[in-house]
Design a protein around this ligand. Structure first.
Ligand SMILES: NC(=O)c1ccc[n+]([C@@H]2O[C@H](COP(=O)([O-])OP(=O)(O)OC[C@H]3O[C@@H](n4cnc5c(N)ncnc54)[C@H](OP(=O)(O)O)[C@@H]3O)[C@@H](O)[C@H]2O)c1
Length: 334
């Protein structure tokens, strides 16, 4: 089969399409013939060596949809040919407890940037009929992370004012989608006016450019009637997170799932004085994934950036590295 391989570190240009032996499903596993895969920041971090536990050579990719190719021993379905989507969170059983949280498809296990991938049968779900292949590939890791951040951890309510910094991020576009779905008011930031325009079309109520408005947190406060947002979902870290904590409303929930721009200086006063709930989250449980799929059966559509052919995988990764994308970058495998 053809697969995107990373043989050495050095950034997106090190990704190459190669012929490798077809993987065979082991006991309890399913082999999926991938039609579309999608990029996450993690894939780019891995090419740069900025991820724990890297083992090379490897096929990257956490997100994928396609159809069942073959069933391993002891697996009774779904039947070969069934359209499916893959849950990239491996080893997180039905137990909701974080302690059972396992690994992510695409490192250390070979991932979805390939014509075939083998995964545990419990990670294979019927494809939501309302989504096409590109949309379906886009929802895996980012949609799941956002789902748990917004619903399971963030406990979003219609009455919330939600702050979404860096809305151009793959995950943050899902946060916006979900927040609008429940009818909450949303304030989004981005370093790009073009991305803010796209966010407006997805329903963002207030848009702020953090580059042209260096005091963006003051605008956030103004846009939330002086009270500040009641729910913040952040993956930027650094100075952005410091300001998020400062601007959050009394009793707000601040959910954190990443730290793209590094460590944050935290002022304890802004947390204890306002009784903030600061909540960490990462990926999601099997239950989160199933609940997310139900949501996408109801007509929600993920934001797509571009679809690249498999042979242009390095250009796709470079686009993400440069932060040019809005929404998900999809890789056409078939
Ligand atoms: N824990 C988990 O389960 C989990 C899951 C997925 C991702 N993550 C982490 O979450 C982060 C985002 O992942 P992703 O795949 O969504 O990445 P992505 O699509 O590459 O998005 C990164 C975004 O960060 C924003 N950004 C950069 N500097 C900023 C600043 N100073 N202020 C506000 N926003 C800023 C940019 O938004 P604009 O372009 O709009 O300015 C950029 O598009 C990464 O660190 C990733 O490792 C964690």
């Amino acid at each position: 089969m053809r697969a995107v391989r990373l043989n050495e570190l050095g950034g997106p240009e090190k990704l190459h399409v190669e012929n490798v032996p077809d993987p065979q499903p082991g006991s309890g596993e399913i082999s999926v013939r991938i039609k579309r895969a999608a990029f996450n920041r993690r894939d780019v971090f891995i090419t740069q060596g900025l991820y724990p536990g890297i083992e090379l050579p490897k096929t990257l990719g956490s997100d994928g949809c396609g159809e069942v190719a073959a069933l391993g021993e002891g697996v009774t379905g779904p039947a070969p040919g069934t359209p499916v989507v893959i849950n990239p969170q491996l080893g997180w059983s039905e137990d909701e407890a974080f302690a059972s949280h396992g690994s992510i498809l695409g490192m250390p296990r070979d991932g979805t940037f390939a014509e075939l991938v083998t995964v545990p049968a419990i990670n294979v779900h019927p494809k939501p009929a309302a989504l096409d292949d590109d949309e379906c590939a886009a929802i895996g890791l980012a949609g799941l992370t956002a789902y748990r951040a917004v619903f399971t951890r963030g406990q979003i309510r219609k009455e919330d004012v939600v702050l979404i910094p860096g809305v151009g991020s793959g995950v943050q576009t899902f946060v916006l989608l979900y927040a609008k779905h429940v009818g909450a008011r949303t304030i989004v930031t981005s370093g790009s006016d073009a991305k803010l325009e796209r966010a407006k079309r997805l329903g963002a109520d207030v848009t702020i450019n953090y580059k042209s408005s260096p005091e963006w947190h003051k605008e956030v406060r103004k846009a939330s009637d002086g009270r500040g947002p009641s729910l913040v979902v952040d993956s930027t870290g650094g100075e952005t997170l410091t300001r998020c904590l400062e601007v959050a409303a009394l009793g707000a929930r601040v959910v954190i799932y990443g730290g793209t721009s590094g460590d944050a200086k935290v002022r304890p006063f802004s947390i204890f004085w306002k009784h903030l709930d600061v909540l960490g989250t990462s990926m999601g449980s099997a239950r989160d994934f199933r609940s997310m799929l139900e949501l996408f059966e109801s007509g929600l559509k993920p934001a797509l950036d571009r679809v690249y052919p498999m042979d242009e995988v390095a250009a796709a990764a470079e686009r993400m590295l440069q932060g040019e994308q809005f929404g998900k970058i999809v890789l056409a495998i078939d």
